[in-house]
Ligand binder design. Structure first.
Ligand code: FAD
Ligand code: DHB
Length: 389
């Protein structure tokens, strides 16, 4: 098969990119290792920046997101006792929308056939070839056959563990990485949220987050050691711990229910640069990871593919090599700022094993400062709603 752009991975980055390029009339094929159900079964991000919702609107795919998503004008930081409201609406004039990654992915998936976006699911052994040449191609196995797709560009949207980043030879790129000594244990339950807005809590026993997917479905997280086992967290223990860490005000409103899903995700900061090698372009988690504290992962994937779609459109319309060459620099300028924000909020809100009493006092002093300073709140708010493209 021959196409203009072959995309590896049908997560948010791959699907959004595919739609953006189809909207420009380009030929695109997406190859995905998993099945559609598997992709939709992964519970991940929940908060969309305006940059991400704008992209969905531009594609004409934002209707359900606006109908079912919850626009939020603020969120809370908590220190175990009080709630500090960050009024993002008043401070930035913008909102975020609570709409699950699974729902966004479903909207993109369901529109694919109508828009002529071909997605090959359950493609095994995807491999990249000759990405340094003008005629790169990829191969995969499906139904016992080895298939080949020739393309002018290959886009690696295959997440942190996919093959694309690994196809770039050591020595031409640099990986920057920080691994945090804890993970997030998440629970999804069909119960009303304890608050209308999100609460990020720094409690002496560790971080907790109260989030949601709808007025009837809650998503909560707690910080746990990396070697923690889900079996050691029966629902009751998890609800008790959430009530303690979120503080008395939120605890009074928590409605408990059976877990629909429970999982542990490790926390990592990671940036791989440059994000292009020859005719291979990386976007989303394949090139960078943020700890989830700032809700930036999915939103960064969206801004990457916005830049990438412009670069590839420039190439196919005008043979603009500068647009392709400039993609990585343009995307990384925004990525590093989101890395900084996510890292800073993670440090502010979590218990680190080597934290001493002084470090704890510093966290409390910083939260106190934020509570009393509009300037500090504005800095948090403008990062939370997403920096301009
Ligand atoms: P992905 O969503 O990972 O998509 C990559 C796709 O590539 C997948 O469908 C995968 O199956 C496919 N793929 C992988 N290998 C191959 C292969 N060999 N061949 C073909 N296809 C392949 N962000 C937040 O903002 N908030 C959160 O709460 C949050 N929670 C998260 C929890 C977990 C466990 C993880 C892993 C991430 C979480 N994130 C969160 C981050 C956010 O979900 C990601 O940033 C976002 O999914 C990035 O989208 P992506 O399309 O780049 O990558
Ligand atoms: C959710 C996840 C986040 O990492 C975050 O910062 C906010 C919300 C969520 O899954 O709802």
């Amino acid at each position: 098969m021959k196409t203009q752009v072959a995309i590896i991975g049908a997560g948010p980055a791959g699907l959004l990119l595919g739609h953006l390029l189809r909207a420009e009339g380009l030929d695109v094929v997406v190859v995905e290792r998993a099945s559609p159900d598997y992709v939709l079964g992964r519970i991940r991000a929940g908060v969309l920046e305006r940059t991400t919702t704008d992209l969905m609107d531009r594609l004409g795919l934002g209707e359900r997101m606006h109908r079912e998503g919850l626009p939020h004008d603020g969120f809370h930081l908590a220190d175990g006792e009080r709630l500090i409201r960050i009024d993002i609406g008043a401070l930035t004039g913008r909102q975020v929308v609570v709409y699950g990654q699974t729902e966004l992915t479903r909207d993109l998936m369901e529109a694919a056939a109508d828009r002529g976006l071909e997605i090959v699911y359950e493609a095994g052994d995807v491999a990249l070839h000759e990405v340094e040449s003008d005629a790169p191609y990829l191969t995969y196995r499906k139904g016992g056959r080895l298939e080949r797709i020739d393309a002018e560009f290959i886009c690696g949207c295959d997440g942190f563990h996919g093959p694309s980043r690994r196809a770039i030879p050591a020595g031409v790129a640099t990986a920057y990485e920080k691994i945090y000594p804890f993970g997030w244990l998440g629970i999804l339950a069909d119960v009303p949220p304890c608050e209308h807005e999100l609460i990020y809590a720094n409690h002496e026993r560790g971080f907790a987050l109260a989030s949601m997917r709808s007025e009837q479905r809650s998503r909560y997280y707690i910080q746990v050691p990396l070697d923690e086992r889900i079996e050691d967290w029966p629902d009751d223990r998890l609800w008790d711990e959430l009530a303690t860490r979120l503080g008395p005000q939120a605890a009074a409103q928590i409605v408990r229910g059976p877990a629909l899903e429970k999982s542990i995700a490790p926390l990592r900061s990671f940036v791989f640069e440059p994000m292009r090698h020859g005719r291979l372009m990386l976007a989303g988690d394949s090139a960078h990871i943020v700890p989830p504290t700032g809700a930036k992962g999915l939103n960064l994937a969206a801004s990457d593919v916005f830049y990438l779609s412009e670069a590839l459109t420039g190439w196919f319309r005008r043979r603009d090599g500068d647009a392709v060459a400039g993609y990585s620099r343009r995307a990384l300028a925004r990525i590093w700022k989101a890395e900084r924000f996510s890292w800073q909020l993670t440090r502010l809100m979590h218990r680190f094993p080597d934290n001493d009493a002084f470090d704890r006092r510093m966290q409390i002093a910083e939260l106190d400062y934020i509570a009393s300073s509009e300037a500090a709140q504005t800095a948090i708010a403008e990062n939370y709603v997403g920096l301009p493209l």
